[in-house]
Design a protein around this ligand. Sequence first.
Ligand code: NAD
Length: 480
Amino acid sequence: MAEQKLMYINGEWVKAENGETIEILNPATGESVGVVSYGDGRDAAKAVAAAAEAFAGWSKLTARERSKYLYNMYELVRNHRDELAGIISAEMGKPVREAKGEVLGAADNFMWYAEEAKRIYGDTIPSSVPNKRIMVIRQPVGVVAAITPWNFPVNMIARKLAPALAAGCTVVLKPAESTPLSAIRLFELFEQAGFPKGVVNLVIGKPESVGQEFIDNPKVRKIAFTGSTRVGKLLMEGAAKHVKRVSLELGGHAPFIVFDDANLDAAVEGLFESKYRNSGQMCICTNRLYVHEAVLDAFTNKLVERLKKAKVGDGRNKDTEIGPLVNERALNKVLDHIDDAKAKGGRIVCGGHRLTEGDYSKGFFIEPTVIVDVTQEMKICHEETFGPVVPIIPFKDEASVVAMANDSNYGLAAYVYTENNSRCFRMAESLEYGIVGINDGAPTQTQAPFGGFKESGIGREGGYYAMEGFLEIKFVSFGI
Ligand code: NAD
């Protein structure tokens, strides 16, 4: 049995109070990659107490002092790029090449917020009366409880913790139970970066129990969550009882629209990025592909040609483009969406099956899949598939495709391919989505806002926008 990896609470590596552990398996091979302490709300309570204790000291450091710690993290994460990428790939299957990109993205977040820490500006406002002065300052909200998913197990943590720490908050992180090893390695780097004890805490444990502690514990002032809309709603409901701040990065159902004047080769590459990267397990992944009827056959043929060349395999192999799905539950959901589409008249023009032969036999691999003759009743048209499967839906004109694209409870990301400049602007303005990629299938950048409309969430990560979620505004009135 591998050595048990621990949680990080108040500057110490500790076992779960309940003594339980979980084993982490590589989804490409079924092999064990580690054993981790698996606690519950009691560990969360200890971590929250430590974070609350550390808040006074951390929040009173100067911005430049906090910034230095974040710069240390930037250097450390960059220098451990290959190691972290290997851990990500081993525990959730992401191709190493992509995982390295994710780690560099995380490093970039630490650098960005090391800078942003210095720009927490206030205001002075002219008073209406001569004997008063108005000052507005921004202060950290307090202890932040962060909950992250498994699909970007390093960068999701950086995107929340870097701005929270820059703002002067202390944090307790609960990572996803399938990817705690990436989080543990990142916290070893936090320790190496010299963060004072209690400023960053890591709790790995039962989601409902840890989540309930975050909701009920009055010392937690803000819950920052990325994950499914279902869990986001539960947390928002619980937080509402205490008027606790929340920011929610939730599910998506992205439309990808190809007009008849699009550069079809660029559109195919953009779609490959937005649909098949991370095996289709991204909140901003394309879920509905709308293609103008005049280019339907030409585009479909090019896409199928590209997918037939795509290399599916163990993420640790250098040439792998599409890795396994994270676990059996994820695989079954994707297969269910394919079966449901077939039962309702959908036709598979590429892929459609689980891969089971040879090297694939122990992992959760699925062929990149394209479905045509799609109807609105199919699950794939309104539920998040979270896998490398895309339905193609033809359209006739701009107005009808905008209406179809906006007909969703989700509103995270949308994509448009067209060479018509005026249409670019019209589409950017009319799509009800927080992120719109125009001739761009991979729009995420550290400095840009990331978040959704409708049931895709509340608040924004990225750039200076993320800082607002970790700061309270205080108005100070001076009588003189
Ligand atoms: P999930 O909601 O099941 O889990 C996310 C996190 O919440 C995990 O850490 C999990 O342990 C925790 N959790 C589960 N139940 C909980 C509870 N009752 N209380 C507290 N925490 C709980 O989602 P997932 O399957 O891990 O991730 C995939 C989902 O995340 C997809 O819907 C995807 O679209 C979404 N996502 C959104 C973004 C974004 O930025 N909008 C980014 C990545 C993923």
